[in-house]
Design a protein around this ligand. Structure first.
Ligand SMILES: [Zn+2]
Length: 341
């Protein structure tokens, strides 16, 4: 079969589009004809730092496709089922898995990093990682969903506990987690204020349901605009993937007692912080951390009820994976970059 794989760590030029053996499913696994796979910043990390499970390694953390072969112990999955895949393969038997905190599984592996992933015509995955999705979502939209959608769900719903009557500031509307975070917050009825660096992205954000939008290039001190939009109160919650460049403005945007969840630091990791702000306006500052299987199931309930879908920014052929990796750096797209197979 055709696949995109690496034999060494490095830049996009180490990605090989070539032939790999067809994978064979073991008991409890299903064989998927992959129809689309998405690019995450984490894919670029696997490529540049190397695969922990050794080489050659087929890349691709996110994928969607059709089941072509499912054994009797494959949880009722049938050939022809349209499915997307939770990328984290957990052991189910370690102490953390047995305590239902599988996000901390001691033996977890990532498809597309520690074991072969979705940039291929076929992929073998554990049946328990496979979720059906409805016919009205394309394979490309489905492939764009698992990591970005699950991260946003975990941060907004599980960590942040967003409520329908609350105001949330979602940074970087055009990112995978930003574009899915907007949909999740709107689905539960919260009021969404979001940011982006260009007006065309803000228009797309409105199309996803954002109530208010701020261009952070035109309005670098965006907390002042947040205060205007909230009658001087501040937002209940901030969901951030940007990090250092917006940290101080994020904290200034929060109401007393507000909470912040951060899942990325695309603008940098280090910043000065005035600690007195925690005393004056007791804030709760949270990291994202690992995501349990349970909340992937929660997210899929909303996906299949029509409340959340992947956002496709640009599509490439499978053999264009290296070009897609280069395009990631440009940020000149909205949502996810996906490969059509
Ligand atoms: Zn485990």
């Amino acid at each position: 079969m055709k696949a995109v794989y690496i034999n060494e760590a490095g830049g996009p030029e180490v990605m090989i589009y070539g032939d790999r053996p067809n994978p064979e499913p073991e008991p409890g696994e299903v064989l998927i004809r992959v129809r689309s796979s998405a690019i995450n910043f984490a894919d670029l990390g696997v490529r540049s730092r190397g695969a922990t499970g050794g080489f050659p390694r087929i890349l691709g953390l996110d994928m969607a496709g059709e089941v072509v072969q499912a054994g009797s112990d494959s949880l009722g999955l049938q050939p022809g089922d349209r499915v997307l895949v939770d990328n984290r393969v957990k052991c189910g038997t370690c102490e953390n898995c047995l305590q239902s905190i599988d996000q901390y599984c001691s033996n977890q592996k990532r498809l597309g990093a520690d074991i072969d992933g979705g940039h291929a015509e076929y992929c073998v995955v554990p049946a328990i990682n496979v979720y059906r999705f409805s016919d009205d979502m394309s394979f490309e939209e489905a492939a764009a969903l698992p990591i970005a959608g699950h991260t946003a769900w975990h941060c907004v719903m599980t960590r942040g506990q967003l409520q329908p009557w609350e105001d949330i500031l979602i940074q970087a509307a055009g990112s995978g987690v930003g574009s899915t975070g907007i949909q999740i917050a709107k689905h539960i009825g919260a009021r969404v204020i979001t940011t982006a660096g260009s007006d065309w992205k803000l228009e797309r954000a409105k199309g996803l349901g954002a109530d208010e939008v701020i261009n952070y290039n035109d309005t670098p001190n965006f907390s002042e605009r947040i205060m205007e939009l909230t009658n001087g109160r501040g937002v209940d919650m901030v969901f951030d993937v940007v990090g250092a460049a917006v940290w101080e403005q994020n904290l200034r945007s929060l109401k007393p007692g507000g909470r912040l969840v951060i899942t990325g630091t695309t603008s940098g990791n280090r910043t000065d912080m005035d600690l007195s702000i925690l005393q004056g306006r007791p804030l709760t500052l949270m990291g994202s951390g690992g995501r349990p299987r349970r909340t992937f199931g929660e997210m899929m309930k909303v996906v299949n009820a029509g409340g959340l879908r992947g956002v496709v920014g640009r599509t490439f052929p499978l053999e264009g994976a290296a070009e897609a990796h280069r395009t990631m750096a440009s940020r000149d797209f909205f949502g996810k970059l996906v490969l059509s197979h």
